[in-house]
Write a protein that binds this ligand. Structure first.
Ligand SMILES: [Zn+2]
Length: 477
């Protein structure tokens, strides 16, 4: 590790930015809560997993041997309900959504986890943990399941800085639940008729609760001695109750808490300033979104925003990221290929600057800015810096994008515009520029209808407009 500068990371557990150091030598064990594929993944998931992908790459760059585990919650109430609605098995629902998610992750350049444990493959470990919790008085069985007794864990709420008394006031027991305290949560749910289940003597067949899965799998895969692992990650929406509950289940059974030395959480993602949800009608599956947008542009967009911040996704923001992507490609094309006589010092400087930005609580925005401002590094150094951010130039980066408009473009555009803009005697490219200028005038007059009409006319003819701070650019769809 030698002369490396320290890596600083914000630790949700201690609520401060700390110098990261692994528990053992140069080995870093990371657990990130994975997808519950009862539904389709969305862009919020992508943001979180993409950040942990960059963190993992950077830890490896620093010379650590990283073990990255990301679980799959392949059984839950919703997958059972969805299966019933659609006349399928929960396994079919989960497998289809998970395969789609994995494909999206590949497209975004997110590497595969080292271990990808499915909850249903760890039922014996989950049950062993539940038995231990019951034996120690932290869990109890009632008619509908086995619950964790939150009041038996005195530091409950410390991760999320919540006060148990206040939580108690806001909690209630739902119909059909037989828990003793509204704060208690299920570690095992007894099966109702027709539900998938696993035998559990002497308590009763059923399925695990969500929180206990992570506690059991982290213990089995990362921390068999019960002395803790390095980094536990997830989206900020998991801090409470999921991560609080994981801690409450794991720590009473450990030889040496805490469960995880550092807790790292990615910020939430909003869509046009709203949470994405099916009920709001703004839900778009990740797979569909990646059909509309270049996955590398999406990646850049995430990198431009601090990982802990709430991020607002808009069509304009992704258009701006596309412009940044084009800038990167242009720089790449202008660089000398590897092997050419380029000062190595330049390249090392770039890599050092990118690393310095990441040392500062993974400031990917500054890291990306360093790459964009780089003064003629070698192509090799440029690639290594991009690789730290998970961006891999492919063959298309070397090809100047040829905006080829079809021969009948002007004719089609004239029809779409119905004479609204004069197009006589101009080339196809000039026509596009003319529409952009007309649209700019319309926007200056706050004539949004006309502005949209012009944009739509171009879109029907296969030209997309991208509004950025620097002005409007266009591309052939
Ligand atoms: Zn978890």
């Amino acid at each position: 590790m030698g002369d490396l500068k320290p890596l600083k990371l914000y630790n949700t557990r201690t609520h401060i930015v700390e110098t990261f150091s692994p528990l053992f030598d140069d080995e870093v064990r990371v657990y990130v809560c994975g997808l519950t594929p009862s539904g389709e993944a969305h862009l919020g998931h992508a943001r979180s997993f993409l950040f942990f992908d960059v963190l993992r790459r950077y830890l490896e760059h620093r010379g650590y041997r990283v073990t990255y585990v990301q679980n799959v919650t392949d059984i839950d109430d919703r997958s059972i309900a969805t299966a019933r609605e659609r006349g399928k098995t929960y396994r079919e629902i989960v497998d289809a959504n998970y395969a789609s998610f994995k494909n999206s992750m590949r497209r975004l350049g997110v590497r595969e986890p080292d271990r990808e444990p499915y909850a249903t493959h760890y039922v014996p470990q989950i049950q062993a943990m539940i038995r231990s919790l019951i034996a120690k008085g932290h869990a109890y069985a009632v008619r509908d399941g086995i619950y964790y007794a939150v009041r038996t864990f005195p530091t409950y709420g410390s991760l999320s800085r919540r006060n148990v008394e206040e939580l108690e006031a806001g909690a209630r027991i739902e119909i059909g639940e037989h828990k003793r305290d509204p704060l208690d949560f299920a570690v095992w749910k007894f099966a109702k008729d027709g539900e998938p289940s696993w035998p559990f003597d002497p308590y009763g067949a059923g399925r695990p609760g969500w929180h206990i899965e992570c506690s059991a799998m982290t213990r089995e895969l990362l921390d068999p001695p019960g002395i803790g692992f390095d980094i536990h990650g997830g989206g900020a929406d998991l801090i409470f109750p999921h991560h609080e509950n994981e801690i409450a289940q794991s720590e009473p059974l450990m030889r040496h808490p805490p469960m995880a030395n550092v807790w790292v959480h990615g910020g939430l993602l909003l869509f046009d300033s709203r949470k994405m949800s099916k009920s709001l009608g703004n839900f778009e599956p990740l797979s569909a979104l990646l059909e509309r947008h270049d996955p590398q542009a999406i990646r850049l967009l995430f990198l431009q925003t601090g990982y802990r911040k709430v991020m607002n996704f808009t069509e304009e923001s992704v258009s701006a990221a596309r412009v940044v992507l084009e800038r990167l490609k242009k720089t790449y094309r202008s660089l000398q290929p590897a092997g050419a006589s380029v000062s190595r010092a330049n390249g090392d400087t770039l890599l050092d600057r990118v690393a310095a930005a990441l040392d500062d609580d993974m400031n990917t925005a500054v890291a990306l800015a360093e790459v964009l401002q780089a003064q003629a590094p070698s192509r090799d150094a440029f690639e290594r810096s991009l690789a730290l951010l998970g961006i891999a130039p492919d063959a298309t980066w070397l090809v100047e994008s040829q905006a080829t408009l079809p021969a009948d473009f002007i004719q089609r555009l004239a029809t779409a515009l119905a004479g609204e803009v004069e197009l006589d005697g101009v080339s196809a490219e000039q026509a596009v520029e003319r529409i952009i200028a007309s649209r700019r005038e319309a926007r200056e007059c706050r004539d949004w209808k006309r502005s949209d009409r012009l944009r739509d006319a171009l879109a029907t003819c296969g030209v997309d407009l991208h509004d950025t701070k620097e002005g409007t650019t266009w591309s052939v769809a």
